[in-house]
Design a protein around this ligand. Structure first.
Ligand code: C2E
Ligand code: CA
Ligand code: CA
Length: 609
């Protein structure tokens, strides 16, 4: 696999343009590299100016644990030379795996399964070394090595060179504790402060709550109004509101548009009371934002968790609040505060995730995965006009594991590629066999996980299936979620354009569950909009109906086909007809069914026709 890093370089240029502070630009670039290469920790070490020591200057960790930053170690005699030997032996870099003996004692203490260290040279002079760590998987990093070498050199040439000479260590350390844009604490300092406050408070009259908040689809705001406005909003969020919250203990910008706040509330506060408090704060803040953008459609997502509840630590409460914030995103509320309390079970159980992931290969081999089909029909006549392929996992003991549980686990580890490719192969083969038998076919859509869009595997695989099965491309369709498209990555755009060139339709799945920017989406070659099932409430209110009708009308004006998901009741179908949405998918017509049953449905359909 070849990593194309032009996307990272484009991101860097844009970052440098909008970010006056080079240190925070580097911090942000590390976050981006972390997700691009799917690693858990990145540590930059540089030789100090007098060349006598090595210092960890930047550090990013997926879990926000910063251990080494600012740490300076003097070299033992010849230590540098030893490093050079390591690089020479390792073909220009150094690898380490858990359990091995390594001079890098500190790395051994961290959760390190695999590590690759990339040196940066100026001529023969070693300037810095960058560690990339995977804390869960054993990885040889062979595919990544050339790209990592190139990007580390780029990092030095484009970012490091532009720094002013390093300041006094103490000043730097203070600066490192604060976020450059908002001047708020960074997460480590925040966590320390909250812990200190709680341990000093002996009164037992208060409870402590961690709130995690973000601005819904902040990327879209940046895109629409420009990064300066985006920055202004973040600063406003930091200065005007969070600092004025009653009972605030501390707050920080975790990264991007995600803020953490710790508040001290009366012991009598329950979830409902905290929710009311957070909603009030968020709505006051939204009023402020509207004075900057005049955009009335901005929302804030918040989640919160009590510290101390069942022994929950500050760190655990941060994780809980983050999970609750993610759940809040699914609330069908617009232009307002969306706030959820943490509930146990929101954080995916790590052991369960690991169990699922480790059974993936065996399950594939044992044919435990099956493809079900759910028909898409015309609202007015129930005529079947397509279907969606949905994966099912039936374990050998007869129990089912549902996609909502195993797909996130598979996505986090990359094995989603195997199961998705299994589904694609199955669908292509299914269509080919029907065509060979002269049976009628309808277009089948397949889901695309976001991880397919970071490299060329997806395009290569679909091309190989097209070569193998030679089916007309108008019989297949791919569903991508709105959020993937909003990321606007060049690799996403390229993949979508390739699909369009093949005459393969693309639908936007779950539309309306996020920010829903039709304007952004129409810049991409998309043909179908799938309205998310959150719209299909039991009793559609007048406002719900207005929103749905407007989206449908706008989509149709933009030349998009519209289908509504999750339709369970006839009243909803009747309303959709009124709203000019002509297709539906949902339990009202049929649940997802196994292949044999789907084939029977098609036989009935085409016998009548
Ligand atoms: P999705 O793409 O939004 O798929 C539609 C989901 O809504 C399916 O859940 C379907 O069973 C459910 N559904 C359909 N009609 C109704 C209805 O009337 N009411 C309600 N309450 N639900 C309805 P399912 O099959 O459990 O899949 C869940 C999600 O898992 C899918 O959401 C999709 O994001 C993902 N998924 C499923 N199969 C695959 C796959 O092969 N590959 C990938 N990458 N993701 C998949
Ligand atoms: Ca779908
Ligand atoms: Ca969907």
């Amino acid at each position: 696999m070849v990593y194309n890093i032009s996307e990272l370089k484009d991101f860097a240029k844009e970052l440098l343009q909008r970010n006056k502070n080079i240190d925070s630009a580097i911090d942000e670039f590390l976050i981006k590299m972390g997700s691009f290469f799917d690693v858990d920790i990145i540590v930059v070490k540089e030789k100090t100016e007098n060349g006598a020591a090595i210092k960890c200057t930047y550090e990013w960790s997926r879990k926000n644990h910063i251990l080494l930053r600012g740490l300076e170690r003097r070299f033992l005699d010849n230590a540098w030379d030893e490093w050079m030997v390591r690089y020479k032996e390792g073909n220009g870099c150094y690898r380490y795996y858990k359990g091995e003996n390594s001079p890098m004692i500190l790395m051994q203490q961290r959760e390190t399964e695999s590590l690759i260290q990339i040196p940066v040279f100026s001529g023969d002079n070693l300037l810095a070394a960058v560690d990339f760590v995977d804390s869960e998987r054993i990885r040889d990093f062979n595919d990544e090595e050339p790209a990592l070498k190139e990007i580390c050199k780029f990092l030095y040439d484009e970012f490091f060179i532009k720094r002013a000479p390093r300041r006094d260590a103490e000043v730097l350390k203070k600066k490192l504790d604060r976020d450059a844009l908002t001047k708020l604490f960074k997460i480590d300092r925040f966590t320390r402060k909250v812990n200190e406050c709680i341990s000093k408070d002996k009164s037992k009259k208060s409870a402590y709550v961690i709130i995690s908040s973000d601005i819904a689809n902040f990327k879209y705001i940046n895109e629409k109004y420009g990064y300066n406005t985006g920055d202004l909003i973040l600063k406003k969020l930091a200065s005007t509101l969070f600092l004025k919250i009653n009972g605030i203990v501390s707050c920080c910008r975790e990264y991007s548009d995600i803020f953490l706040t710790a508040v001290k509330v009366d012991k009598s506060y329950d979830n409902a009371k905290v929710k009311e408090f957070v909603d009030n704060c968020n709505n006051a803040f939204l009023d402020e934002i509207r004075s900057i953008t005049e955009d009335t459609s901005i929302a804030i997502n918040s989640g919160f968790a009590f510290v101390g509840d069942h022994g929950i630590t500050v760190e655990e409460a941060i994780t809980g609040a983050t999970a609750a914030r993610k759940a809040a995103k699914d609330m069908a509320l617009y232009n307002t505060s969306r706030c959820c309390a943490y509930e146990s079970g929101m954080i995916a159980n790590k052991a369960r995730m690991a169990e699922l992931v480790s059974s993936c290969d065996r399950a594939l081999k044992n044919h435990e995965f099956e493809v079900y089909f759910q028909p898409k029909v015309l609202c007015a006549t129930y005529e079947m006009v397509g279907a969606e392929a949905l994966i099912r996992w039936k374990k050998s003991d007869g129990t089912f594991v549902y996609p909502d549980e195993f797909i996130p686990a598979f996505e986090s580890n990359g094995c989603i590629r195997k199961t998705d490719f299994f589904v694609y192969d199955y669908v292509f083969k299914f269509i080919r066999e029907r065509l060979d038998k002269g049976q009628p076919c309808i277009p089948i859509s397949m889901n695309v996980s976001r991880i397919h869009l970071f490299n060329n595997h997806f395009v290569d695989y679909i091309q190989s299936l097209l070569d193998k099965y030679k089916i007309p491309t108008d019989l297949i369709e791919f569903e991508l979620t709105e959020s993937i498209c909003l990321e606007g990555l060049p690799s996403v755009v390229n993949t979508l354009q390739w699909l369009k060139q093949q005459n393969i339709k693309i639908s936007i799945d779950d539309f309306g569950s996020g920010y829903s920017s039709l304007e952004v989406l129409t810049r991409l070659p998309i043909s179908v909009l799938k309205l998310d099932r959150v719209f299909m409430k039991k009793d559609l209110s007048n406002n719900d109906k207005i929103i749905i009708s407007c989206i449908v009308e706008m989509a149709r004006l933009l030349g998009l086909d519209v289908i509504c998901e999750g339709v369970e009741e006839d009243a909803q179908r009747v309303f959709l007809i009124e709203a000019c949405c002509d297709k539906l998918q949902g339990f009202l017509f049929s649940k997802p069914v196994p292949t044999a049953e789907f084939v029977k449905m098609m036989e009935r359909e085409f016998a009548i026709a």
